[in-house]
Design a binder for this molecule. Structure first.
Ligand code: SAM
Length: 257
């Protein structure tokens, strides 16, 4: 149940530095620079395969997985901590630092440790999504292999609906944000694509942009990663199943009448 779910009253109240200490911790944001915010959300992230795939591919973007099951959330958090620890480069010893500065070496901005830009929190995104994100904050939302809820009377539990799509539109950057969907259930694919197509603030991208070309340098890398990196996606590949993809752009806000 949601009784023991902790969620902030607004995005401003979230302890983001605790999730991304290398980006937002004490002394990490230079004076006068804007604090980076989460730009990518993986809704119902499961065991975190997409986060782990996207993290190194978008090293300067903060990426957040949201998952309702507490033991799954904990698993993903442990997975991320282990990956960060494995990848952390040992800081230079005092001597090396002294030699470098003695030699007049200029400090270059080192890139962040891999996986310090991904994090996972427990949340029921059907109820509390606007508590985590400000208007227009997100560049990308991923809905990967959501629970299909096959029976008609269960359709209201699907994570795509007119109401939820309005929340996704609110959180996505106008004219720029994208929502990525993938499923092996054709009926759910039609449901998701149909609901986004019917929403006035979304338009579907071209077939080309949704495809995964053989040439790995072509196409949208996010579509490629989404097709291969998630645990559900891997299961579908093993079973020889088909994957249905739809990507929608959040259009610019129409002018007030
Ligand atoms: N996206 C992952 C993947 O592709 O491997 C997991 C897919 S799994 C079929 C669906 C996930 O969504 C489950 O881990 C489930 O716990 C989570 N989920 C379902 N409803 C949710 C909600 N309201 N808020 C957050 N997560 C939810």
């Amino acid at each position: 149940s949601d009784h023991n779910l902790v969620y902030p009253a607004s995005a401003a109240e979230m302890d983001w530095p605790a999730l991304y200490p290398d980006f937002l911790g004490e002394g990490q944001v230079a004076e006068g620079k804007t604090k980076p915010r989460v730009e990518v959300a993986d809704i119902g992230c499961g065991f975190g395969g997409l986060l782990v795939g996207l993290g190194p591919a978008m090293p300067e973007s903060l990426i957040l997985g949201l998952e309702i099951r507490d033991h799954v959330t904990e698993f993903v958090q442990n997975r991320i901590h282990a990956l960060r620890a494995q990848n952390r480069v040992q800081p230079p010893t005092g001597n090396e630092a002294a030699t470098a500065s003695d030699a007049g070496a200029t400090t270059t901005t080192t890139s962040h440790t891999p996986y310090t830009n991904i994090a996972c929190i427990r949340a029921n995104t059907m109820k509390f999504l606007p508590n985590f994100f400000e208007k227009g904050q997100l560049k990308k939302i991923f809905l990967c292999f959501p629970d299909p809820h096959f029976k008609a009377r269960k359709h209201k539990a699907r994570i795509v609906s007119p109401t939820l799509n309005a929340e996704y539109a609110y959180a996505l950057a106008p004219g720029e944000g994208r929502v990525y969907t993938i499923t092996d259930v054709e009926d759910l694919h039609r449901w998701m694509a149909g609901h986004f197509a019917a929403h006035p603030l979304f338009e579907r991208v071209s077939e080309e942009e949704e495809s995964v070309p053989d040439d790995e340098t072509q196409g949208d890398p996010c579509v490629r990663i989404m097709s291969t990196a998630t645990e559900e996606g891997k299961k579908v590949t093993r079973n020889g199943g088909k994957k249905f993809i739809a990507v929608f752009r959040r259009i610019a806000d129409p002018p007030w009448p």
